[in-house]
Structures are given as structure tokens and as C-alpha cells.
Design a protein around this ligand. Sequence first.
Ligand SMILES: NCCOCCOCCNC(=O)c1ccc(S(N)(=O)=O)cc1
Ligand SMILES: [Zn+2]
Length: 261
Amino acid sequence: ATCTPKNRNDALHPLWQSPLTIPGGTRQSPINIQWRDSVYDPVLKPLKISYDPATCLHIWNNGYSFLVEFDDSADRSIIVGGPLENQYRLKQFHFHWGAINEWGSEHTVDSKFYPAELHLVHWNAVVYPTFEEAVMEGDGLAVIGVFLKLGAHHEGLQTLVDALPAIKHKDTVIEFDVFDPSCLLPPCPDYWTYAGSLTTPPLTESVTWIIKKQPIEVDENQLEAFRMLLFTSDGEEEKRMVDNFRPLQPLMNRTVRSSFQ
Ligand SMILES: NCCOCCOCCNC(=O)c1ccc(S(N)(=O)=O)cc1
Ligand SMILES: [Zn+2]
């Protein structure tokens, strides 16, 4: 069976243009995480993260978000443990954000939006030969989600922010030699996890989501820097890159597990 998005606005959302059906969509993302409905799972292990900053390649504007991509030709930047049966290789990270601080994240916690959300995208290179193949498989990807909240200046993020003017337009890229994404992770190990999907086409149901409970703090100028990026290419009529988040999707027959009590 196919399913059209429950809330019509998902289908007509500016980023989706045409009605969007996801064949047999039973585990779509993002979702609202209702804290009281999440189930503590004592079997969940701590998530082990080891990134090699030298695997950083470049930062680019893909017309939807800005991505920092990594050399994933070997097991140099990986995550293991948590809800995962295999180790997963870091491929890229990117963000979603709003036009104003009232919204911007993809996931919500007890229906609260954060102004932005970081996604660290990893793929199961133990089982699948390429990222493209992993994208099509139920255990193919693992994405760590980190909420951004308005607060103190974030030193590590500033390195990225300083590069954004150089990738203002869609399909612009600059080299980015050394960056350690660990600096974007909150110190608290607590997370929620659930089975979901990519939040942009092809929307494949291949993601084990690991959503960190504790947000990181960034300041207003850093959020504003995200909002000066453009969806559009150089020479086109400028459209600010804001509100690049997908509407919430139905939980359906899923339980969100927590690594904490
Ligand atoms: N490149 C040609 C064919 O590629 C097929 C698969 O492409 C997948 C591209 N999309 C992604 O990699 C991708 C990765 C993460 C997220 S998200 N926002 O769910 O973290 C959304 C999308
Ligand atoms: Zn994302």
C-alpha cells in the first residue's frame, strides 16, 4: 500500500511541490518525541564516537542545506554501540533551521521546536558496499540528531559559520581541510532512538535515528549566518535558505526508546 502524507501540508509544503507518496510509509521521519511515552531500554549501550578530523573534505551548499562531507573510503570516522549492531561510517553532516528562532528543528520534544537541528549521517559499510545501496536498506544508515538552542556563542560552530559566505549560492563548495565534528556534540551521553527515514527525498526508510537529549548552545549571530545562505544559484532571483525542515510525520506503530531513566 502507498500512503500520502497524513497532513496535506506535507504534500504541498514548499519544498515538496507535488503530492508526495512514500510507498508503504510506516516509519517516516521526523516525529515528535513525547518524553513520557519513550521507553527506557537498559540493553542500549553507550554510543561510541571516534572521528578523525583529517577525513574532512569540503563544505558545500546543495540547494537544500549546507553539508560538510568526509572521506568515507575507510573506517576512519565511525560510530558503534548504542542501538547499532554494526559500526557505521561518517559520510556528512548538515543542518535544518527556521526563518526565526521559534522553529527550525525537524524533530520536536514534547511538541517543542528548537531553532535548528544538526544531522550527522553515517552508513553501514560493514554490510553494504556503497552509501547509495545502504540508503535503500532498513539498517543502512544511522543519523545522530543534535538540537541547537539559542544561548552562548559556540566556538566550534564558528569555524563553519566563517565559511558560509563562500558558499552562499546553491552548488558552491569550498575545501575544508580539518574539522572535528565531535566538537558539535553535547557532553551528556543520553539519547532517544527510533526506526525512521530520510527527511528529504528519496525519504527511504533506512535510518536508525539517535537523537541527543541535550541541545548545544549557539548564539543569534550564528543562527543568522545560516539564514543568509540561499536556496538559489548565482544569477537566479535570491531565495533565502530558511525553513528547510520537513513537517512532522505520524508515529504509527513505533516506540521511541531512551538510553536514560
Ligand atoms: N546520488 C545519486 C543517487 O543517490 C541516491 C541516494 O541519495 C541520497 C541523498 N540523500 C541523503 O544522503 C540524505 C541523508 C540524510 C538525510 S536526513 N535529513 O534524514 O539526515 C536526508 C538525505
Ligand atoms: Zn537532515
